[in-house]
Design a protein around this ligand. Structure first.
Ligand SMILES: Nc1ncnc2c1ncn2[C@@H]1O[C@H](COP(=O)(O)OP(=O)(O)OP(=O)(O)O)[C@@H](O)[C@H]1O
Ligand SMILES: [Mg+2]
Length: 302
C-alpha cells in the first residue's frame, strides 16, 4: 500500500481560472523522504494541504495509507502531522506549552509527554527559552516551535512544508538529523523546500512541479540524467571567449559575474590549461540539484 497516492488530482481555487494543481498523479512509498520542488506558486502547498485534509480537491483522488482524504478525513488525521507553511505559534504560549499541550491533545500521557517535550526542545536548542512566550522569541525560534510540535508526535506520515525556512545553518542541520531519524524509524516524510542542498541530502525521491503539473519525478540519480554533462565550471565573465567555451559543453547564464559551463571530466585538463595560460581563476564542482532544477523549470516550454 502506498503512503500517499494521488490520481489525477486537480485543484482550482474559487474565483480563479487556472488550476493550482492540474492532474497530478503520484505514488509515495512508505518509509521514504519524498520532496516536492517547484517555483513559487507551483502548487506544493496546495498538494500538502489536500493531503493533510485541510483543503478539498476539485477533482481526482488522494489517499493516505488507503484512506481517501475526502471520505475518510478522520482516519487520515490520526496518521499525520504537519508543519504548515507560514504557521505562527500562539504569542503568549511558550515553546514548552506548545509542544507539551500538543502531545497531550494527541493522546500522550503526562509523564511521556514531558520526556518527549524536553528531548525535542533540547535537540532543537529551544530548551533554554522553553518558558519564554513565543512573542518574545526570534523568527527562527518561532519556526522551530512549529517543527518541534510536528516532529514530536508519533505518527506514520509527516508533512513538512518548508520546515527549515528562516533557520540558521546549524539549526537546519538539527532538523535534518531529526528527519533522518524519523525515516530510520520507518516514518514517511513529505517535504517541500526551496533549499536545493536540503532536498539533495534528504530526498529518496523528488517530484518537480510547475504550474500545477508534473515536470519530472525520480531519485537524484534519475534527475542527474537531465543534464548530460556531470561537471560544472564557473568562470568569470569576459575572461574567456564564449565561443571557445561552447566547444567544451553547454554555457548557461547565472545572472552573476560569472559564466557557468556544464562539461565532462574529459575536457577538464584542457579547460584548466586554458585558464592558467590566460591567468584566470575558475571553480570546478559537480553538477548539483540547483542546476538540474533551473534547467528543468526554464526549459519546460521548449
Ligand atoms: N487560498 C487561495 N485562493 C486562491 N488561490 C490560491 C490560494 N492559495 C494558493 N493559491 C494559488 O494557487 C497556486 C499554487 O499556490 P501554492 O501555495 O500551492 O504554491 P507553492 O508551490 O506552495 O508556492 P511557494 O513556494 O511560494 O510556497 C498559486 O497560483 C496561488 O496563487
Ligand atoms: Mg508553499
Amino acid at each position: 500500500m502506498w503512503a500517499i497516492e494521488a490520481v489525477d488530482l486537480s485543484k482550482t481555487y474559487k474565483g480563479t481560472n487556472t488550476p493550482a494543481l492540474d492532474r497530478i498523479s503520484v505514488q509515495i512509498e512508505k518509509g521514504q523522504i519524498f520532496t516536492l520542488l517547484g517555483r513559487n506558486g507551483a502548487g506544493k502547498t496546495t498538494f500538502v494541504r489536500i493531503s493533510a485534509t485541510q483543503l478539498l480537491p476539485s477533482s481526482g483522488t488522494l489517499s493516505i495509507f488507503g484512506y481517501d482524504v475526502k471520505s475518510n478525513a478522520k482516519n487520515v488525521r490520526e496518521l499525520i502531522s504537519v508543519v504548515p507553511q507560514e504557521g505562527r505559534p500562539l504569542r503568549v504560549l511558550t515553546p514548552w506549552d506548545h509542544v507539551y499541550n500538543w502531545l497531550k491533545i494527541r493522546g500522550k500521557r503526562r509523564h511521556e509527554a514531558k520526556l518527549i517535550t524536553e528531548n525535542i526542545l533540547r535537540r532543537l536548542e529551544l530548551f533554554e527559552v522553553k518558558d519564554k512566550p513565543a512573542m518574545n522569541l526570534s523568527g527562527g525560534m518561532k519556526q522551530k516551535i512549529l517543527v518541534a510540535m510536528a516532529l514530536a508526535v508519533d505518527v506514520e506520515l509527516l508533512f513538512l512544508d518548508e520546515p527549515t525556512i528562516g533557520l540558521d545553518p546549524v539549526s537546519r542541520r538539527q532538523v535534518w538529523s531529526l528527519i533522518q531519524e524519523l525515516k530510520k524509524e520507518g516514518k514517511t516524510i513529505l517535504l517541500t523546500t526551496h533549499y536545493m542542498d536540503e532536498a539533495e541530502i534528504l530526498s529518496d525521491k523528488i517530484l518537480i512541479i510547475d504550474n500545477g503539473r508534473t515536470i519530472k519525478e525520480g531519485t537524484m540519480k534519475d534527475l542527474r540524467k537531465v543534464i548530460s554533462q556531470n561537471i560544472r565550471v564557473d568562470i568569470s565573465r569576459n575572461s574567456l571567449e564564449l565561443e571557445s567555451l561552447k566547444s567544451y559543453g553547454r554555457v548557461v547564464e547565472t545572472g552573476t559575474n560569472s559564466l557557468r559551463l556544464f562539461t565532462f571530466e574529459s575536457h577538464l585538463k584542457e579547460i584548466y590549461n586554458l585558464a592558467i595560460k590566460k591567468n584566470i581563476s575558475i571553480s570546478i564542482s559537480p553538477i548539483t540539484l540547483d542546476d538540474i532544477f533551473i534547467s528543468l523549470v526554464q526549459n519546460k516550454n521548449k
